[in-house]
Design a protein around this ligand. Structure first.
Ligand SMILES: [Zn+2]
Length: 481
């Protein structure tokens, strides 16, 4: 029987299965059927000589809702070579809607925000209210909750309650550091780890807390590494882009987000509607403007018009991430050899900074990461955190989630999700989406046309539990230590 697809003569880099060599990869029924030399025949053959074949890239921090990121996110992720992505805010209903209407073949998961005035009543929601929200979010397809501390902070007590609730219910939980009384800098990071009280916590974009506002930036970077090393319950990611991602939406004459207000002040602008406008014209606030089905960073008059047209409800970015933190947090290791920050993510999706290949492979070019280490941080480790034993590697029987890259150009060329093409020679051809979600959301998501992979409670959590093990046949599985 011929295979469905045969990738010929690519350089396979699969650290979970200890492979780093030129060979063929055969795909059948959506899975890896064979890896080696002289495989075949196949109904379709792709000559990928000169290219690198990697386990599909998993971006553990993206935005794919109409609130943040927008409809273009699926296409932007596909172009960036990503095959699985984790939406870090919701709102979950919007994420599912856009996945159904704008999917490009990715596997996605989503956590829903705990936002005063939107999903909870106040900045100090009590346990019952938080529990009701988690039940609702899971029914809609979310795998857990996100506290948006830096943007829409809760009290420290409510933040801790959310983390404890998700621990008890076996749900994922992420905290953008910061509470009502503590800003999202090193003070916010210290507080976040304290508030977790040893429970599993996903600490997103660690680099966003390390901006040299409290101490020399290298001292802050070292402190961040030490904090993570001392907190094995915390799973973390950081990103490499110099630009952050905020909302430019204003209400009652001021930007809604605390982070946006702070970044306007940082650039020397008033934290108001007119300050926002002036900063767009001056080139400080970069508006996320739609051009040819993608969002790009824009300034000046065209950007101001796009912002006005959207009635200010549009994303914006500021150049606020210093390189010392971005680069060191991506490459630094703990004493035990593991990375200090578990994964390299982008905080991208519809936010224009899907740079796993562009900037991540620049670290490989610098010999700051090996290509195997790049795969660990962008596929193997994310798959482990998301409890996806059939992703993150390309052993026999693994999902045929594959990203084929041009290492010299630092770009994804082609990709597959479950054996189906997502990106082919730089063109997006994938459709639909597969959602990792709770069992109770299945009928609803299915009716929307989405494929569903069940996630049981306690399965998809930000912890360091299971590790990759290779059995005697060389097949990779996730084992609990
Ligand atoms: Zn984010």
């Amino acid at each position: 029987m011929p295979y469905d697809v045969l990738l010929r003569n690519g350089h396979l880099t699969d650290p979970v299965n200890n492979r780093d060599e030129v060979c063929d990869v055969a795909i059948e029924n959506g899975r890896v059927a064979a890896v080696g030399q002289d495989l075949g025949p196949a109904r379709e053959e792709m000559d990928v000589a000169g290219l690198h074949v990697l386990p599909g890239l998993i971006d553990t921090h993206v935005h794919l809702s109409s609130w943040l990121g927008g409809a273009a996110g699926h296409r932007m992720l596909a172009l960036a070579g990503v095959t699985t992505a984790f939406d870090m805010a919701g709102p979950v209903d919007s994420v599912m809607e856009l996945a159904a209407t704008h999917g490009t073949g990715l596997t996605i998961a989503c956590i829903d925000y705990v936002r005063p005035g939107h999903t909870v009543g106040t900045t100090n929601p009590h346990m019952d209210e938080l529990r009701d929200h988690l039940v609702r979010a899971r029914r809609s397809g979310a795998v857990g909750l996100k506290v948006l501390g830096g943007h829409f902070p809760l009290t420290a007590e409510a933040t801790a309650r959310t983390i404890a609730l998700c621990a008890a219910e076996g749900a994922h939980v992420a905290l953008h550091a910061g509470t009502l009384d503590t800003p999202q800098d090193m003070r916010g990071m210290r507080e976040a780890i304290e508030l977790a009280e040893g429970h599993p916590l996903h600490l997103p974009h660690v680099n966003a807390y390390v901006r040299g506002t409290q101490d020399h930036i290298l001292m802050e970077t070292l402190e961040a590494v030490r904090l993570l090393e001392a907190a094995p319950n915390v799973w973390s990611e950081s990103y490499l882009a110099p630009f952050n991602g905020n909302s430019a939406k204003c209400a009652n004459g001021v930007p809604e987000s605390v982070a946006t207000q702070r970044n306007l002040l940082k650039g020397g602008f008033e934290p108001t509607l007119s300050g926002m406008e002036a900063s767009i014209l001056a080139g400080w606030a970069h508006v996320h403007m739609a051009v040819d089905g993608q969002n790009v960073l824009a300034t000046g008059e065209a950007a101001r018009l796009a912002w006005k047209e959207a009635e200010t409800d549009i994303g914006c970015s500021f150049h606020v991430n210093p390189p010392e933190a971005r680069i060191n947090l991506a490459v630094t290791k703990r004493a035990n050899g593991r990375f200090a920050v578990d994964a390299l993510a982008t905080d991208g999706g519809g936010i224009p900074r899907n740079d796993l290949c562009d900037r991540g492979l620049a670290l490989v070019a610098l010999n700051a990461l090996t290509l195997s280490e790049f795969v660990v941080k962008t596929s193997a480790e994310p798959a482990r955190m998301m409890a996806l034993p059939s992703k993150g590697h390309l052993g026999i029987g693994a999902d045929a989630d594959i990203t084929i890259i041009d290492l010299c150009r630092r770009r994804a060329v082609s990709s597959f999700g479950g054996g189906r093409p997502i990106l082919r020679d730089g063109r997006v051809i994938g459709r639909g989406a597969t959602v990792l979600s709770s069992r109770e959301a299945h009928p609803r998501l299915n009716a929307m046309g989405l494929d569903v992979v069940f996630v049981e409670p306690f399965q998809f959590r930000p912890c360091h539990g299971p590790t990759w093990q290779n059995d005697t046949k060389g097949e990779a599985t996730l084992q609990t230590r």
